[in-house]
Design a protein around this ligand. Structure first.
Ligand code: ATP
Length: 355
């Protein structure tokens, strides 16, 4: 038996009745609802106001029913309705952002995965402590602009989509730098970005063993970031700044990628270290997570961020990826979540995957 994340009382209704896979209508919800349908679960979409019309265009990704709320911050006030539906909440990136981390932490319905992870992910200092102590390589940090010894990126806390991030090609470019709020100055890592889609199952007894379960790699993507990914078409960075154009990292979409096979041992090592440390620090991260990093020309993978839930980059693999195809056919991340829920019920181990 692994680590219990929730009380028997919280999981009892889900063990007794087939749960309804529930999430907020956005982000990766079409895939989550599709995965639920394929595995025989009912699904519920939470939306602010009327159900979004675009769902009508995707009958296989549409939830069975909707719960309309005046505003997503009021989801917690709908607890009774969620309980009546035997909801299991699948949090995605937008879910926590829209509902708010505090309200999410207190939601009195079962949540897929360990909600304690939010405290470690939403605080950049704690996130760094977790990854550093796991022995994962990260971009170097500079205490002051004077310490900068190469290209640097200034990141403001809470900046959505990297808005206001500042790129400096060298220390001189930071002369007279006046920060507009709490921030970190990091080495700007030159290389290729990869966003790795992992799934950690504490229930699995075979595969790539980590802790008492297994680590799966189900895909990878790269994000299209407007406008920085297109800036090169217009000309050099300085020219653009002169023209008043600031690079931003607002994500507008995702593209599938694969990595050189010889780099996979490094990828699994990074994922395993992060999981092992999470078990030690807060009882373990369960289910989907994404390690976001840059592979340098020396073939060192430097991690700049971790997302501890399903990421929207998995949407490119609704029918599987070159990696998940080697785990099982037609395996999306959404379906993988539903499969874990099925197994947890069948084996009486829901307490290890729900919190
Ligand atoms: P989100 O929460 O949307 O993932 P964020 O605001 O937390 O974004 P990061 O994910 O840390 O910001 O960074 C946004 C983008 O900036 C990355 O996708 C990457 O393109 C770039 N980036 C971040 N850190 C570095 C770094 N150290 N070196 C090079 N590029 C970086």
């Amino acid at each position: 038996m692994g680590i219990a994340l929730s009380t028997p009382e919280r999981v009892a209704p889900v063990a007794a009745r087939l749960p309804t896979i529930t999430t907020v209508c956005s982000h990766s919800s079409l895939q989550i609802f599709h995965g639920a349908r394929v595995e025989g679960f009912r699904s519920l979409g939470i939306c602010a106001g009327a159900p979004p019309k675009y769902y009508d265009a995707f009958p296989l990704g549409r939830p069975d029913s909707f719960l309309s709320v005046p505003s997503l911050q009021e989801v917690a006030s709908q607890t009774q309705k969620l309980k009546d539906a035997t909801a299991v909440v699948v949090p995605h990136g937008s879910f926590v952002e829209y509902v708010g981390p505090e309200r999410f932490a207190e939601l009195d319905v079962p949540v897929f995965g360990n909600r304690a992870v939010i405290a470690w992910e939403s605080d950049r200092e704690k996130e760094r402590e977790w990854l550093d102590s796991a022995g994962v390589q990260m971009p170097r940090r500079f205490a002051t602009p004077a310490d900068v010894d190469g290209p640097a990126i200034v990141k403001y806390y809470g900046a959505k989509g990297g808005k206001g991030f500042f790129l400096a090609k060298n220390r001189e470019a930071l002369d007279g730098f006046q920060p507009s709020g709490p921030h970190v100055i990091q080495e700007y890592v030159l290389g290729t970005r990869y966003y790795l889609h992992f799934f950690y199952s504490p229930l699995s007894t075979d595969g790539y063993r980590v802790g008492s379960g297994s680590l799966e790699l189900l895909g990878m993507d790269r994000r299209d970031e407007a406008n920085i990914d297109e800036l090169y078409k217009l000309g050099a960075h300085e020219e653009l700044l002169r023209a008043g154009i600031r690079p931003t990292f607002v994500v507008t979409g995702n593209v599938p990628v694969v990595m050189r096979e010889s780099l996979l041992p490094q990828v699994f090592d990074v994922g395993a270290r992060i999981i092992e440390k999470s078990i030690e620090l807060f009882g373990g991260m369960v289910g989907p997570f994404c390690v976001e990093g840059i592979m340098t020309e020396d073939l060192v993978f430097k991690v700049f961020e971790i997302s501890t839930r399903i990421v929207a980059g998995t949407n490119v693999y609704v029918h599987g990826s070159p990696y998940s195809d080697l785990v099982a056919p037609d395996l999306s991340m959404g379906r993988r979540i539903a499969l874990e829920l099925k197994r947890g019920r069948a084996e009486g181990r829901l307490q290890e995957i729900l919190s």
